[in-house]
Ligand binder design. Structure first.
Ligand SMILES: [Zn+2]
Length: 85
């Protein structure tokens, strides 16, 4: 079930109203039968603004992944070099 309410604070990027989307999820797994978790997500009601935010977030995640990959490669390279020496 999804409930939507509105935040009192306007969006810091565009000044539009912000919506709080509250998602109720019922966990159906045997170990947690009937357990309910609720999580909320604050989104901007301005679609353009929210889209920009989403793409920036995706970019950030991608950058972080790239850094992680680079570090792993460097580590592997160092390991390989130490074997030669
Ligand atoms: Zn906004």
């Amino acid at each position: 079930m999804i409930k939507t309410s509105y935040s009192d604070q306007p969006c810091e990027r565009c000044g539009s109203k912000k919506a709080i989307i509250i998602i109720d999820k019922v966990i159906t797994a045997v170990s947690a039968r009937g357990a309910k978790i609720e999580y909320s997500q604050i989104v901007c009601t301005n679609i353009v603004c929210q889209k920009e935010f989403d793409s920036k977030l995706a970019e950030k995640i991608q950058k972080n992944e790239a850094i992680k990959l680079k570090r792993a490669e460097e580590k592997a390279a160092r390991k390989a070099q130490s074997k030669i020496l």
